[in-house]
Design a binder for this molecule. Structure first.
Ligand SMILES: [Zn+2]
Length: 91
């Protein structure tokens, strides 16, 4: 049987490698905007993070998203992510 390779990506918060589809993708678009890519299909340089507030806080503290995307992450992006994550936790 053909074994399908599962794409793995590293979380910028906890640095664990996880299934790409279980992570949230944050991209820097060609226009240098930062966007949260929930579909995983947008173009741009991407960074990944677990669907977890803890990982978000870690990434923000370590500025690992900034490093990964080589740009400044606006506070609003962190807020958007935090909102999305807490929504998921409640659901
Ligand atoms: Zn993580």
């Amino acid at each position: 049987m053909h074994v399908k390779k599962i794409p793995m990506r590293q979380c910028t918060g906890c640095n664990e490698r996880k299934e790409k589809k279980s992570l949230i993708r944050i991209i820097r678009t060609p226009e240098d905007e930062i966007a949260v890519d929930f579909t995983g299909k947008k173009n741009g340089r991407g960074a990944y993070i677990c669907n977890s507030i803890d990982c978000l806080k870690l990434a923000q503290k370590k500025k690992s998203l900034e490093r990964s995307l080589k740009t400044t992450i606006p506070e609003t992006v962190y807020q958007e992510l935090a909102k999305e994550m807490s929504d998921n936790e409640n659901g």
